[in-house]
Design a protein around this ligand. Structure first.
Ligand SMILES: NC(=O)c1ccc[n+]([C@@H]2O[C@H](COP(=O)([O-])OP(=O)(O)OC[C@H]3O[C@@H](n4cnc5c(N)ncnc54)[C@H](OP(=O)(O)O)[C@@H]3O)[C@@H](O)[C@H]2O)c1
Length: 294
């Protein structure tokens, strides 16, 4: 099976590219310069040239705060770009695996969200991603949308790396303790996408929307505390004190949902894919960041 991946330089795009090196998958990943999803001609040209059996979209406008002031670009990538991909896949007769976000939910629900729950994004990023999900579902039957959350990987910028950097620079760090979610390793998302590709290849795909995130759920403060505890266990004592703060203490341009825990039962039932423990993915990043090998 030949898979074409967008956003080779992104966290998930890079994890997919790295994983492909040790698998039998014929995977080609293209950077934004090689395939701009906001440009229909660029999308059509790439599909015509590489003739993939499946398209995997790891590209998105992901700058949550910047999106508030740059709504046009967020929508051009997240809605129009997704529309282009779905149209091109439909024309070529191939399926699309697309990644979405927990930020499509408002975060007020007391129990984990299931795929059928009402979406009500609080910010431009979430709304633009939701518009993309809806466009794909309306255009292309053969799609899998994977809604994930709090992504961190070995490549790219993310919360884990920011915490480790700040932990080296500061004595004390305030981290939000009243927003809850599920960290998810880009490497686990890549493995799951490969599993989905295998199901597509064997004709056993079950199309539609799926939640997929790591476990256990935590707050940003809980996540940060675990990162520093783990770093200490690995011999990197950053000597920083982490203090819990509230959302009110740390105002940002974009509003963020309070709790976006997602029930991942559907992907377990249809694909036998388990929620991974995100804690198992931290060591490699901590080691790389703390030894300057990243
Ligand atoms: N990061 C998170 O915490 C998080 C949480 C939930 C869901 N997600 C979703 O997970 C997916 C992957 O996110 P990620 O964390 O891997 O994101 P990321 O590291 O920010 O990477 C996004 C990638 O998209 C590329 N891109 C932006 N506009 C593009 C365009 N017009 N055409 C082609 N490529 C374009 C970027 O290119 P450049 O490198 O050139 O900028 C970048 O490589 C996204 O759908 C995101 O919405 C992420």
């Amino acid at each position: 099976m030949k898979a074409l991946v967008t956003a080779a330089q992104g966290q998930v795009g890079h994890a997919l590219t790295t994983l492909a090196k040790t698998s039998t998958f014929d995977l080609l990943s293209l950077s934004r310069q090689q395939l701009d999803i906001a440009d229909l001609l660029s999308v059509q040209a790439a599909i015509e040239q590489y003739k993939p059996d499946v398209l995997v979209n790891a590209a998105a406008y992901t700058a949550v705060d910047k999106a508030e002031a740059d709504q046009a670009t967020a929508y051009a990538v997240n809605e129009t770009g997704s529309t282009h991909l779905a149209q091109a896949c439909q024309h070529a007769g191939i399926p699309l695996i697309h990644i979405s976000t927990d930020y499509v939910y408002c975060g007020e629900q007391k129990v984990p969200y299931i795929e059928g729950n009402v979406t009500d994004p609080l910010n431009v990023y979430g709304a633009s991603k939701l518009a993309g999900d809806n466009a794909i579902a309306a255009i292309l039957d053969e799609h899998i949308i994977l809604r994930t959350s709090w992504v961190f990987g070995q490549h790219g910028n993310n919360f884990v790396k920011t915490m480790l950097r700040l932990g080296k620079e500061r004595d004390e760090l305030g981290v939000i303790d009243d927003q809850y979610g599920c960290p998810t390793a880009a490497e686990d998302i890549a493995e799951t996408i490969f599993r989905l590709c295998e199901s597509i290849q064997s004709g056993k795909a079950s199309w539609g929307l799926y939640h997929y995130c790591g476990q256990p759920a935590t707050s940003w403060y809980g996540f940060a505390s675990h990162i520093f505890d783990r770093a200490k266990t690995l011999g990197f004592d950053l000597a920083v004190t982490v203090k819990p703060i509230t959302t009110q203490d740390y105002p940002t341009p974009a509003k963020r949902p309070k709790s976006t825990l997602m029930d991942c039962g559907k992907i377990k039932t249809r694909y036998n894919i388990d929620q991974p423990d995100w804690r198992g993915r931290l060591d490699a990043i901590i080691y790389a960041e703390c030894t300057g090998q990243s």
